[in-house]
Design a protein around this ligand. Sequence first.
Ligand SMILES: C[C@H](O)[C@H](O)[C@H]1CNC2=NC(N)=NC(=O)C2=N1
Length: 101
Amino acid sequence: MIHKLTSEERATQLAQLHGWQAVAGRDAIHRQFKFADFNEAFGFMTRVAIKAQEMNHHPEWFNVYHTVEITLSTHDADGLTERDIALARFIDEVAKSMQHK
Ligand SMILES: C[C@H](O)[C@H](O)[C@H]1CNC2=NC(N)=NC(=O)C2=N1
């Protein structure tokens, strides 16, 4: 059973995850990405989706045109775990390798 991050662990991890915010009222993190166009946004989502399936750890996300909003939390633990941090780090790497704001 994967354990939820303690509040100290969460604070430490969030400080290292630039661009991600804590979600009010929920043990989760959130970030918005803007790409050049829908094609870029969907390509980003495709790469993240492949990794999510590999990890068996899936984002909650919303896409409209060039914008992608992602919320990460571990449903089985009802809160933030290392899996969310690992996926967030991967997401940031993919976004960094593409033009995004
Ligand atoms: C059965 C399957 O392993 C679980 O439902 C996995 C799938 N993907 C998941 N994704 C996320 N974000 N949290 C989970 O607890 C989770 N559990």
